[in-house]
Ligand binder design. Structure first.
Ligand SMILES: C[S@@+](CC[C@H](N)C(=O)[O-])C[C@H]1O[C@@H](n2cnc3c(N)ncnc32)[C@H](O)[C@@H]1O
Length: 249
């Protein structure tokens, strides 16, 4: 049976990637806290996750005694968070598009750390995403962005890839529209039950210098770049742009 789906972030994403990504969340949060500690010298008290998905990182921050908030536009992810999160933080994931969101007065300038993790930019007007990150941060606050490195795709253009996920195998056919740096992926999920799901994705890729320019336009200063969340060295070939930015005090 072949089922066609157009949405990329959907119940299929949760079903096939959810368990695998949930298992990585604890390590990713300790890496993020490691980066914050290097630049600030202590733990953050309040964290805001922009494009938080189903809040897998928020749950870990909460377990560590750090107050997590987040925003996510996909209803299915927000619903999942509200069903699984402890009562104290059930309403901490705001269901809204970041670019449309009016930050309530009592949230402006309140956060030590803002996050955009696992390629959560590239899907909308990212200048606005950087502006929101700036506006929710305290003076001296840190914004960590973790997204694909466009330049690594120039060094090694993507073609076909496959990966094993929970309950199936995923085949991706990628191409890049170099005119606007859009990564266009046609995805097939071959589920163990015999179903095949097809999805399309279009995501804007960014070079490091473009991220720095967007950040500076929003009033954020560049502190450093890494090739992964555990502070591996950045290079043109690094798969990730992990960029550390600061709202000056
Ligand atoms: C690749 S997922 C990563 C989710 C999460 N950061 C994680 O690591 O599990 C990117 C997420 O960003 C969300 N997103 C992208 N643009 C958004 C926007 N403008 N407003 C709210 N959410 C957005 C998507 O809906 C998606 O859930």
């Amino acid at each position: 049976m072949v089922m066609r789906m157009s949405e990329y972030f959907s119940n299929l994403y949760l079903k096939f990637w959810g368990p695998k990504l949930d298992r990585l969340a604890e390590k990713e949060v300790s890496d993020i806290l490691g980066i914050y500690e290097v630049y600030v010298g202590r733990k953050p008290q309040k964290v805001f996750d922009l494009g938080a998905g189903w809040g897998r990182h928020m749950l870990i921050f909460h377990e560590k005694g750090i107050e997590p908030w987040g925003i996510e536009r996909e209803e299915i992810f927000v619903k999942h968070f509200r069903e699984t999160a402890p009562n104290e933080i059930k309403n901490h994931l705001i269901h809204e598009d970041i670019t449309q969101w009016q930050i309530p007065e009592d949230m402006q300038g309140q956060f030590d750390l803002a996050l955009s993790l696992f390629s959560s930019i590239g899907w909308s007007d990212d200048n606005k995403v950087f502006q929101k990150a700036h506006d929710i941060l305290k003076p001296g606050g840190i914004f960590i962005v973790d997204t694909d490195n466009r330049d690594a795709y120039v060094v090694k253009p993507p073609s076909r890839t496959w990966q094993k996920v929970e309950g199936g195998i995923v085949l991706d056919k990628h191409r890049i529209n170099w005119k606007d740096s859009m990564l266009i992926t046609k995805r097939e999920i071959h589920a163990e039950d015999g179903n095949i799901y097809t999805l399309n994705r279009q995501m804007r890729l960014y070079s490091l210098h473009e991220i720095v320019a967007m950040a500076e336009n929003a009033g954020l200063t560049f502190l450093g770049a890494f090739g992964d969340l555990h502070m591996g060295g950045w290079s043109i070939r690094a798969g990730r742009n992990v960029v550390v930015l600061k709202k000056e005090g």
